[in-house]
Design a protein around this ligand. Structure first.
Ligand code: KG4
Ligand code: ZN
Length: 344
């Protein structure tokens, strides 16, 4: 079984071909970051228009690199939400059109399910069930992954997502959008202990997060001071330490509460080296193993959508995907626990 996956939920246009028996055959990605950078964030209308420009060439490239095409493809998977509605609709329209023309099933994929399953793209893949820490630009969640399509949210952020806090703090530090990776790099040059920011929600039981206060703490630390390289690096370090420690401590509590032996970290902030190191230590202390996707599959990509689509297609009768005909939809907001995609 072979599935082509299309991702357009935000500012990356990405396409990949995944084969159930042979694994990932190809993946292509075009990042719009340079286009959005001058505005300091993603401009939705520009994102939608650019997805339209890139989709067809990327699909052609991904199919050619996989040595695949209409005959070999069994389904067309696409991100149906959550994300920017215009960006999602360009991908949904394109994917459903292609599937209709080819007479193949169109498979709607939940973006966060894609992130959760991304570690399954690796040779050392986790078996179900596992505990997942999902940390992206829009979401921060601890998820009990019982099996494919069976997700229970154990805790989530009450305000900003971890990636969002990274990006907002990076902006204050004069770094270009999206600043997460650049802030992490800057933190390497900082001194530990000069700024000790609050560890939000650690003093309370439960597995929820809150990151909006942290960026205010960083703002207060910077206020009235000259933005020297040393100060920027020290604030970056203090900020990263607070986020990493908070995420790691909640992951530790969730491991203990659930008794899971496998911990997965996924989503863009999962690319953070300090976070991975801390989570590896916590997993080891609790008799668990840590799994993560390679760096390029932590952030948005088509490979995770093709994989999730392939698993869905393998689990359900192909006929169940044909009900909608040419109708199409996408959801800007869409809880993971409602990841049944038959009615999207
Ligand atoms: O999963 P993702 O590509 O997009 C969403 O679905 O949101 O995550 C993007 C987020 C951005 O906020 C970015 O700043 C953050 O991931 N990010 C990082 C790192 N690399 C990307 N945050 C911290 N450290 C990194 N190395
Ligand atoms: Zn994402």
């Amino acid at each position: 079984m072979q599935v082509i996956g299309i991702e357009t939920s935000c500012d990356e246009t990405a396409v990949a071909v995944y084969d159930q028996a042979r694994g990932l055959l190809s993946h292509r990605l075009y990042s719009q970051i340079a286009m959005h950078q001058e505005y300091g964030g993603v401009v939705p209308e520009l994102a939608s228009r650019d997805h339209l420009r890139r989709l067809l060439p990327l699909v052609r490239e991904a199919l050619a690199a996989a040595g695949s095409g209409r005959e070999a493809i069994d389904g067309v998977a696409y991100t149906a939400g959550p994300g920017l509605i215009g960006a999602l609709l360009t991908g949904a329209g394109f994917a459903r059109g292609l599937a209709y023309a080819w007479g193949k099933p169109a498979i709607a994929v939940h973006h966060l399910e894609g992130h959760l399953l991304a570690p399954l793209l690796e040779e050392r893949a986790p078996a179900f069930p596992f505990l997942a820490l999902l940390v992206s630009g829009g979401h921060t969640q601890l998820v009990d992954v019982v099996g494919l399509g069976r997700y229970r949210i154990l805790g989530e952020t009450l305000d900003d997502a971890a990636g969002e806090a990274f990006d907002k703090t990076a902006k204050m530090l004069g770094l270009p959008y999206p600043g997460g990776a650049a802030l992490a790099e800057l933190a390497e040059h900082g001194v530990t202990g000069r700024f000790v920011f609050p560890r939000p929600m650690l003093d309370r039981p439960g597995l929820d997060f809150s990151f909006s206060g942290l960026k205010t703490a960083a703002l207060v630390a910077l206020r009235g001071r000259e933005l020297s390289d040393g100060l920027r690096a020290d604030v970056a370090r203090g900020f990263q330490e607070a986020v990493v420690e908070t995420l790691a401590e909640k992951a530790r509590r969730a491991l203990r509460a659930t008794g899971h032996r496998r911990l997965v970290v996924a989503g863009g902030v999962g690319a953070n080296r300090n976070l991975r190191e801390r989570l590896a230590a916590i997993a080891a202390e609790n008799g668990a193993e840590l799994f993560f996707p390679r760096l390029e599959f932590c952030t948005d990509n088509g490979a995770m959508i093709a994989l999730a689509g392939c698993l869905q297609l393998a689990a359900r009768a192909a006929s169940s995907f044909f009900g909608q005909g040419l109708a199409l939809g996408a959801r800007a907001r869409w809880p993971l626990t409602d990841s049944d995609t038959t009615g999207v």
